[in-house]
Ligand binder design. Structure first.
Ligand SMILES: Cc1cc2nc3c(=O)[nH]c(=O)nc-3n(C[C@H](O)[C@H](O)[C@H](O)COP(=O)(O)OP(=O)(O)OC[C@H]3O[C@@H](n4cnc5c(N)ncnc54)[C@H](O)[C@@H]3O)c2cc1C
Ligand code: FES
Length: 492
């Protein structure tokens, strides 16, 4: 999403105490913090970047209960009741955003609109019939089959219409939410990297500057948990996803949320701007650290978009981001497994993190306040989903294969051959070095071993980052950690 004016906050420069410390200032962290502050708790939010500098900054902001995981799959994995709760909780999240927008009088282009799911050309549309039946059983009675989505420029073929979905400008929304949070006494510290957390009484959050926040409860809203070393990371996988933003004449593409059933799928919506509209098109996902061909992916996205939307004038925007895919199709929201009772986490929201982040705020604030929440069991991070054994095994076999790279990976390249602005993992006997040559020609060298659980990193030429193929940690070209689960920088 295009940048918007977000408030600036100081670094943590002394020890602090609060009822709740929330780590992460994306939609999940800020919504949780805001709702807790509304309940009367004193809350501190910490973030290692500026406000909203994680994946929420990169989102395409479809607000939908038409989840990435098909309802018939959710039924298989979590039963009819689980699928119903998933539908109900995401619908409630959209309602909650709407309630907050009205209550805080937020101008964030929020609007209700319909979503359409359709098949790629030539593919059987049986999947739509199956999904419609499962969506009805999940309580989404208004979902219906239409002969095509209302896009004039191409025929989608039969489509499932999900009425009353929504879209908004997430940065405008969160800027206002932050101000409301502060008005309720909430405190925010940015550029404050959390280096360790410990549950207990009090729970402690340690930061790089040496200062500590003591709190009665901790919420880790870091997109992927940086406190859980292993358990959750065996149950989800990190994917890169790619987006282009195309200018189109105002009104030339009807407002709506559009998704196909391809794997990986395409996702499209229209963002109105002052002059014309921007058509936001995403897709081309791959496992983090397991492909380094972003230019080809952007090109395929562009070709896909131009073939369907000939009114595209120019494509001035492109970006990528990271989503966490749970093996059993649902996010993990609740108490951190095998930890103290007062440590909570929010992760695994696939491409539905706007609604997951919001429902997580509702769920976690209930858990902290000791209120009953009927969604808690479904999203419990300790759950074991028997039906997902195959997906679990596939994910962990994929990780195991990546460990082999520690022996075989890297190229026996002479770093002097590296061009400015490029990087490579270079083999030196049994050791592997992550070597980057900056634009001025200087070499920067680090260990190519991920500090999380020792997988071999890969170079990501598009983002100029070192990406871990095992659980998705990422590091900038200078070795600073960008995405967890790693909590520390690369070793020199
Ligand atoms: C390209 C793209 C398109 C998407 N489209 C959609 C969509 O249309 N609809 C939808 O619902 N979802 C979408 N998603 C998913 C959604 O954007 C994310 O799931 C959601 O933004 C995650 O929010 P979060 O608050 O959990 O994490 P983030 O926004 O990533 O926030 C986590 C924060 O934690 C901080 N942090 C991490 N580690 C530390 C540490 N050690 N110390 C201190 N702070 C730390 C980070 O700096 C960051 O600010 C999309 C995602 C991407 C990448
Ligand atoms: S993220 Fe787990 S080993 Fe790198």
């Amino acid at each position: 999403m295009a940048s918007s004016t977000l408030p600036l906050f100081p670094k943590l420069l002394q020890n602090e105490t609060a009822d709740v410390c929330v780590v992460g200032s994306g939609i999940a962290g800020l919504t949780t913090a805001y709702l807790l502050a509304r309940d009367g708790y004193s809350v501190i939010v910490l973030d290692d970047g500026p406000l909203v500098s994680g994946e929420t900054e990169r989102t395409t902001a479809h607000l939908t209960h038409a989840l990435d995981s098909r309802f018939f799959e959710l039924e298989r994995l979590h039963g009819e009741k689980g699928a119903r709760i998933a539908a109900e909780s995401h619908s409630a999240a959209i309602e909650k955003i709407e309630e907050i927008v009205k209550r805080e009088n937020i101008g964030c282009d929020y609007q209700r609109l319909d979503g359409y799911l359709f098949c790629p050309p030539g593919e059987s549309t049986q999947i739509l019939e199956r999904e419609m039946a499962a969506a009805h059983r999940a309580g989404l009675d208004a979902v219906e089959m239409v002969s095509r989505a209302p896009v004039g420029s191409f025929d989608t073929g039969p489509a499932l219409r999900f009425p009353r979905q929504a879209q908004f400008h997430p940065l405008k929304y969160l800027a206002a939410l932050t101000i409301a949070f502060q008005r309720q006494g909430g405190r925010i510290f940015t550029n404050t990297h959390v280096t360790g957390v410990e549950g207990g009484e009090p729970a402690r959050v340690e930061t790089k500057g040496g200062y500590v926040v003591n709190a009665k409860a901790l919420v880790m809203a870091t997109n992927t948990p940086v406190n859980d070393r292993l358990i959750i990371h065996t149950k989800q996988a990190a994917y890169r996803t790619y987006v282009i933003g195309a200018t189109v004449p105002a009104g030339s593409v009807p407002k709506g949320l559009y998704w196909d059933t391809a794997d990986p799928y395409h996702y499209v919506r229209v963002q109105p701007l002052d002059r014309g509209d921007v058509l936001i098109i995403g897709g081309e996902d791959h496992k983090t650290g397991q492909a380094n061909d972003a230019d080809a992916r952007y090109l395929r996205l562009e070709q896909w978009a131009r073939a369907r939307f000939p009114m595209i004038e120019a494509i001035p925007h492109r970006w990528s981001g990271q989503v966490m895919e749970p093996v059993d199709g649902l996010a993990f929201i609740g108490r951190n497994p095998m930890d103290q009772e007062n440590v909570y986490l929010i992760t695994g929201h696939s491409g539905n993190g706007m609604t997951y982040g919001t429902l997580a705020g509702m769920l976690i604030s209930d858990l902290i306040a000791g209120r009953e929440n009927r969604w808690a069991a479904l999203y419990d991070p300790t759950r074991k989903t028997l039906g997902a054994a195959k997906e679990f095994a596939a994910q962990n076999l994929n990780v195991a294969a990546r460990y082999l790279e520690n022996v075989t990976g890297g190229i026996p390249q002479d770093p002097s051959t590296l061009l400015p602005g490029t990087g490579a993992v270079i083999r030196r006997g049994l050791k592997k070095a992550a070597v980057y040559r900056d634009d001025a020609g200087e070499l920067h060298e680090f260990s190519a071993v991920c500090p999380h659980l020792s997988c071999l990193l890969s170079w990501n030429a598009a983002e100029k980052s070192w990406d871990c193929p095992c659980h998705g940690s990422r590091f900038d070209r200078h070795g600073h950690v960008l995405n967890g689960p790693a909590i520390s920088d690369l070793e020199d």
